[in-house]
Design a protein around this ligand. Structure first.
Ligand SMILES: Cc1cc2nc3c(=O)[nH]c(=O)nc-3n(C[C@H](O)[C@H](O)[C@H](O)COP(=O)(O)OP(=O)(O)OC[C@H]3O[C@@H](n4cnc5c(N)ncnc54)[C@H](O)[C@@H]3O)c2cc1C
Length: 470
């Protein structure tokens, strides 16, 4: 029976749940602590240029692919999506050589096999895995299905060990993991995460002209059209429990929002302290969540270029090495982003106060990234008009992520049952959603939003109808 729903956090996960359930007749209120909705989808302006925070490209948006029907439902398909070069959506620069990854399972397979004919079998095996995980995409909606059991088995396998056993040539392994930055690839990464994310980009890859904020703005407008509300500058600080259920959400602004159900779409380690006064949430659960490891943060350079100085690059470039880089070119403005993984420990000394040493460290690090990027783009240094940087401290401040973690909680193949946080919680009307459950990224967060809403309503079939009807 639809009733009052409060959602904490207006990132992609919170907004998609809000949209789904507002259309289903629920009275939706989304509360966002920041001045702008969007979380990682936020954009910001510098040097008259709009830069993205945490969205560079998405996979699987082509017709008949995983995201297409869902983005149609969310009314996001007519945004200015730009396909990346199908003959090479990713370029991996490794060992002094460049390798292109083309779209389409067969083209991807043929192209890689032409460069690595001795690895034909391994390449085919990997492609079959991409196909298989694409078929398993909706298995989270059916936890008792064979597909879901097989998904969970893939969560219990190490991506890097599997690659090592399947692909014998170290150069090809380096190509296949060269874009691991987008996955947050580490020794902990489960094979499912690797295959699901990589496979979706093999199908097709898209940039959004104008930036990710448009996704958030569309979802906010959709929620409001259905009578829901999205309130910004409202920071949730606590939840009230009565007779084993959450009955209200309290805010730093000393307001109280009554709720029949709550979806927490923020980092779960931010949620746990808010449950302190909820007797049904035992200390052991809170402790377990608080002990979970986070993925690493990112150091990002947002570079305004002199107009006409550097041609637009319709692919994403990854440079492997001790300081791996991702280079993203903006389709509609002379600008580039360069991203590199960066641990919280590098920055935490400045968590309370930024000083000159912080600025100097950022500058040195930025110069090093530009030096590495210039291996592939020799004209870059001369083309730069202005460089802006963001560190894990910036992400922690603007998206509320813990330790500036880019992709939230680390999923670990060693113990999938404990590192895959369930969307259900010990309270029957409190649910989790977002990148910390299952998978990060636009596709992963969207799938989890479906799962959360499916479980919350307890009604069967309506999500499948959405998927099939589009
Ligand atoms: C640098 C970077 C690059 C990325 N690039 C890509 C990419 O190219 N493609 C892709 O698919 N994915 C990418 N991602 C991942 C993707 O952006 C995320 O997985 C996704 O947007 C996360 O959505 P979310 O709703 O789970 O969390 P978030 O976007 O983090 O949203 C959480 C929201 O909760 C709010 N909140 C926190 N505390 C409170 C509180 N107390 N009260 C109220 N609100 C609160 C926050 O302010 C925030 O708005 C990238 C991420 C990063 C960081």
């Amino acid at each position: 029976m639809p009733c009052k729903l409060v959602i904490i956090g207006a990132g992609l996960g919170g907004l998609e749940c809000g949209y789904l359930l507002a259309r289903r007749g629920w009275q939706v209120t989304v509360l966002e602590r920041h001045a702008v909705a969007g979380g990682c989808l936020q954009t910001f302006r510098r040097s008259n240029t709009t830069f993205d925070t945490g969205l560079h490209y998405v996979g699987g948006l082509g017709e008949g692919e995983s995201l297409h029907a869902l983005f149609d439902y969310f009314q996001l398909l007519d945004l200015p999506w730009r396909p990346l070069d199908r003959t090479g959506y990713d370029e991996i620069v490794t060992d002094g050589r460049s390798f292109l990854l083309p779209n389409g399972y067969d083209a991807w397979c043929e192209h890689l096999t032409s460069s690595f004919p001795h690895e034909q079998q391994g390449i085919n095996t990997l492609m079959n895995l991409f196909r298989q995980t694409e078929q398993y995409l909706f298995s989270f909606l059916h936890p008792d299905s064979t597909e879901h059991q097989q998904t969970m088995q893939l969560f219990g396998i190490s991506a890097s060990e599997w690659l090592e056993q399947t692909i014998h040539d170290p150069l090809l392994r380096s190509v296949l993991s060269g874009n691991g930055l987008r996955i947050g690839l580490t020794d902990s990464t489960p094979l499912y995460a690797y295959a699901q994310i990589q496979g979706s980009y093999v199908r097709s890859a898209w940039r959004l002209g104008g930036g990710g904020q448009q996704i958030a703005d569309r979802l906010v407008a959709g929620i409001r059209q259905q009578g829901g509300q999205v309130l910004t500058d409202v920071e949730v600080t606590g939840l009230e429990e009565t007779n084993g259920r959450i009955t209200a959400v309290k805010t730093a602004q000393r307001e109280r929002y009554e709720a029949d159900a709550v979806i927490a779409a923020l980092h779960p380690q931010r949620l746990m302290p808010m449950l302190h006064d909820c007797p049904s949430v035992r200390k052991v659960y809170r402790h377990r969540v608080m002990q979970m490891k986070n993925t690493t943060g990112m150091f990002s350079l947002h570079i305004a270029l002199r107009p006409g100085s550097l041609p637009y690059l319709n692919r994403t470039v990854y440079i492997t090495g001790a300081q791996p880089l991702m280079i993203h070119s903006y389709p509609d403005r002379p600008a580039l982003d360069i991203l590199t993984p960066s641990a919280w420990s590098e920055w935490e000394q400045w968590a309370d106060q930024r000083d000159e040493a912080y600025e100097a460290y950022k500058q040195r690090k930025a110069e090093e990234c530009i030096r590495i990027a210039a291996q592939r783009l020799p004209d870059l240094p001369a083309a730069i008009e202005q460089v802006y940087t963001s560190t894990p401290l910036t992400y922690a401040r603007y998206t509320g992520t813990v330790q500036g973690s880019a992709y939230g909680l680390q999923k670990d193949w060693h113990s999938p049952m404990t590192t895959l946080l369930a969307t259900r919680t010990p309270l029957p009307n409190l649910w989790l959603t977002g990148q910390n459950n299952n998978l990060h990224g636009v596709l992963g967060v969207t799938m989890t939003a479906l799962q959360t809403c499916n479980e919350l309503t307890g009604e069967s079939g309506w999500i499948e109808q959405i998927i099939q009807q589009q």
